[in-house]
Design a protein around this ligand. Structure first.
Ligand code: SF4
Ligand code: SF4
Length: 344
């Protein structure tokens, strides 16, 4: 339920208020219709009318390259665990990306807990922003039911005609509202306008693939031996773009980076991808998923079927990043449609 509003003219003051005490990150334009999350110093840096950024905000929760420990095997024989944490406000996160962060939260708080992730997450303030229009043909948030806010944020902004309606979801959100002094109680007119906006979204956000959310895992179960995977495997380049840009792909490798004297160094975590051939290789050179078709099928099942069993949720947010960034033009919506057609 909306509790407060902020006038549009006061948004710049809010960014200044937040940036005075911590790093503020938001969507910025790269030109050519592309966007990224980056540090901003003022409201003017923000591009609030944006389609999903190239990389999702997961890069702030699990960095692409993260130091886990430092070691010195010289006289002192020292080893020190490292947690890279900074106070951060993520401003303007869409509902699909909020859903992606919630997926990561359940994975990294599952046993064994990833303490680096949990500590970092506790230092990030999340301010969401509602999409009032469908972003592009790659997205499919309505099929995955992620076009409306469902928690996972501290504050959530919905743009109305002359102000933003703001939902306060946490104590941290409450503090920002109280201490900034920039918000006012939501009037009945603002509440009505928000209700009308949500009603209008029903006609705008529609799944283009005619399948119910709860039926998706069964589709992947029943099409495990489908020819669709062979055809996709023939196109796939195994580049790993799709996993890098995916807000819910969380696989990482742990490796050592020794210094030249071989006594000092650090152990790091770096993003990895199940689309690479070496990923499923085991001792003796055997591979669980030797072909590109095997690996693509695995990725789709890791989005739509296996997490439903373990976490009771689909791990696709509908952001469309994998389809948008695939050089081989492998499209998620087309793949699901092809599987439905083949199953009949
Ligand atoms: S981005 Fe496309 S080509 Fe690259 S691994 Fe993913 S599906 Fe294959
Ligand atoms: S599978 Fe594709 S559409 Fe789904 S969350 Fe990942 S990048 Fe987004």
């Amino acid at each position: 339920m909306t509790q407060v509003v902020i006038e549009k003219s006061k948004l710049a003051d809010l960014i200044s208020f937040l940036a005075a005490s911590q790093k503020v990150v938001g969507p910025v334009s790269l030109g050519h219709g592309q966007f990224k999350f980056a540090e901003i110093s003022s409201f003017d840096d923000l591009a609030l009318d944006y389609i999903p950024t190239i990389l999702p905000p997961k890069k702030y929760f699990m960095p692409q390259h993260e130091t886990l420990l430092k070691y010195d095997l010289g006289k002192g024989q020292e080893m020190q665990a490292v947690v890279e944490v900074e106070e951060l406000v993520l401003f303007g996160v869409h509902t699909c990306d909020l859903a992606g962060i919630q997926c990561l939260n359940v994975v990294f708080s599952d046993r064994p807990k990833d303490l680096n992730y949990m500590l970092r997450k506790n230092h990030i303030t999340l301010i969401g922003l509602e999409c009032n229009d469908y972003c592009d043909s790659y997205a499919n948030c309505a099929m995955l039911r992620n076009h409306l806010p469902k928690g996972g944020y501290d504050l959530f902004f919905s743009e109305l005609s002359d102000c933003y309606a703001v939902d306060i979801n946490t104590h941290q959100g409450e503090l920002i509202v109280e201490e900034s002094g920039l918000f006012a109680p939501a009037s009945a007119a603002a509440q009505e306008e928000l209700a009308a906006l949500r009603q209008a979204k029903k006609a705008i956000f529609k799944s283009e693939v005619p399948i119910r959310y709860q039926d998706i895992p069964r589709l992947f179960d029943e099409t495990f031996e489908s020819d669709v995977w062979t055809k996709i495997g023939e196109k796939c380049l195994s580049c790993g773009n799709c996993t890098n840009v995916c807000p819910t792909c969380y696989c990482f490798a742990v490796m050592d980076e020794p210094e030249l004297d071989l006594t000092k160094g650090r152990r790091v975590g770096v993003w990895d991808s199940c689309q690479h051939e070496y990923f499923a290789k085991i001792a003796g050179g055997e591979s669980f998923r030797e072909t590109r078709a095997d690996r693509k099928r695995h990725r789709f099942n890791r989005k739509f079927r296996y997490p439903m069993v373990r976490y009771k949720r689909v791990f696709c947010t509908g952001c469309g990043r994998c389809s948008r960034s695939c050089m081989a033009k492998i499209d998620l919506k087309e793949t699901i449609s092809a599987l439905m057609e083949e199953r009949g």
